[in-house]
Design a protein around this ligand. Structure first.
Ligand code: PLP
Length: 451
């Protein structure tokens, strides 16, 4: 019998995170201030602890994982690597399909992998309170859980459309002791400005980030935490790919293609970066980021310096962007609606080391339902993008007869997203191509600095 679940012992949880910067052909482009000059850590100390800023700037290949963080990781890690044998049969593909399952965490996704160390380093720095934003509620619940583990208060600005669509994500955050507000609020200048522009705005991740940053900057006992995009966040997530590599080693296999969905880039980085280390050393492995056609940042965005938030509070980052004032269509993969992307992921795409594909919404739900019926687990709508891209690879293998080994990240379960599945079954979901004229219109509104 071939193994369907490849498990590691708790003692095999990696002891270090992997920093991809050490293996990039070019150093990462620095974040810039409004004057076009690189922003040093001193400017960011108002909202981040030094330990995380050091990680953000680090070029060291291996960063030790503190024991207290590994201990909490041990509540659900190592996560299983599974062979999707029944899905392979349904597809009639000669490919072997594996997935790394991150839905086993308390919050149900990969996000606690970074929420936990972020809470840890903030507590160590004497911080009492974290302010943060959440789109679909996955990050807010992860931060609420992690804050609770380290005795920190957590205040969450939740994008209004999700606050209304996902009441149980809110209850989850409250169960872990966090305060949750529908963003835009009237509590911050950024929120009041957004409401003045459009009183009926559904909100956006960009606006919610502005609110959370403003709150953190205005209070000495409060820091800000971001669930994706930043270098240290991507690095914390590499625990996923490092475990997956150990699991493949156990069974004497190695993937030909590694696939993950991409919103801000953290679960993609987490799974793919440790494999990029091998690719940099000459190994032949494809790394594919899957995004929605309705928010096609990597496949159709501008590679330019832009703000990380709607109000322009953050430093400028060189990344693929649809423009910081992007207000996304109300698609159901809330976690993939960000206007920008991780600068590391963006640079690696620009330099041809990774690939990106965009997949339409209906095809992602079709893939998710097919997966659930074959493998049992109901995936998060975000993860359905990775499943779609993986199924397309498996079908190409059927056509060509190539028995490739495919790996995708099942970044979370969909138990809090059943309303989206309901709408899919009721035929109420649509495909949406983000219009070319909107992408062009964003260009003159990008901040003016030389890339
Ligand atoms: C947030 C989220 C994503 C997207 O965020 P990334 O930073 O791109 O990983 C993907 N899947 C799930 C389940 C999420 O919660």
């Amino acid at each position: 019998m071939t193994a369907t679940r490849i498990l590691l012992d708790e003692s095999e949880i990696p002891t270090h995170w992997y920093n991809v910067v050490a293996d990039m052909p070019n150093p990462p482009a620095p974040p810039l201030g409004p004057d076009g000059q690189p922003v040093g850590p001193d400017k960011m100390l108002a909202i981040f602890p030094m330990a995380l800023l050091e990680q953000e700037m680090s070029a060291e290949r291996w960063i030790p994982i503190p024991d207290k963080v590994r201990e909490i990781y041990g509540m659900w890690r190592p996560s299983p690597l599974c062979r999707a044998k029944r899905l392979e049969e349904v597809l009639g593909t000669p490919a072997k399909i594996y997935y790394k399952y991150e839905g086993v965490s308390p919050a149900g996704s990969h996000k606690p992998n970074t929420a936990v160390p972020q809470a840890y380093y903030n507590q160590l720095a004497g911080i009492k309170r974290i302010s943060t934003e959440t789109g679909a509620g996955q990050w807010g619940s992860s931060m609420a859980f992690a804050g609770q583990m380290f005795g920190l208060e957590v205040r969450v600005f939740m994008v209004k459309v999700s606050y209304d669509q996902k009441p149980f994500r809110r209850s989850m955050m409250q169960t872990w002791g966090a305060e949750v507000f529908a963003s835009p609020t009237t509590m911050t200048q950024a929120g009041r400005d957004a409401l003045a522009r459009d009183p009926n705005t559904p909100g956006s991740l960009g606006i919610a980030i502005s609110e959370a940053v403003e709150e953190a900057a205005s209070r000495a006992d409060t820091n800000y935490a971001l669930g994706s995009v930043l270098n240290h966040v991507c690095m914390h997530q590499t625990i996923v790919g490092l475990e997956a590599k150990k699991q493949f080693e156990k069974i004497g296999e190695y993937p030909d293609v590694v696939i993950a969905c991409c919103g801000g880039g953290s679960n993609f980085s987490g799974l793919a970066f440790p494999f990029l280390a091998d690719k940099a050393a000459g190994k032949n492995v494809r790394l594919v980021a899957a995004e929605p056609t309705s928010c096609p940042t990597l496949t159709r965005g501008h590679y330019a310096y832009d703000f990380g938030d709607a109000s322009g509070y953050t430093p400028l980052m060189l990344m693929y962007t649809l423009g910081h004032d992007f207000v996304p269509p109300g698609i159901h993969a809330g976690g993939l609606r960000y206007h920008g992307d991780s600068p590391l992921v963006s640079q690696l795409l620009k330099e041809g080391l990774i690939e990106a594909v965009a997949v339409p919404q209906l095809a992602t739900f079709e893939a998710g339902v097919m997966f659930a019926r074959a493998e049992g687990i109901i995936p998060a709508p975000e993860s359905n993008h990775a499943i779609r891209a993986c199924i397309d690879e498996a079908l190409a293998c059927r056509a060509s007869g190539e028995p490739k080994t495919l790996l995708f990240n099942l970044s979370g379960h969909g138990h809090f997203d059943m309303a989206s599945y309901d709408r899919y079954f009721a035929g109420e979901l649509e495909d949406f191509e983000y219009p070319e004229h909107e992408i062009e219109a964003a260009l003159p509104r990008l901040p003016k600095v030389a890339a």
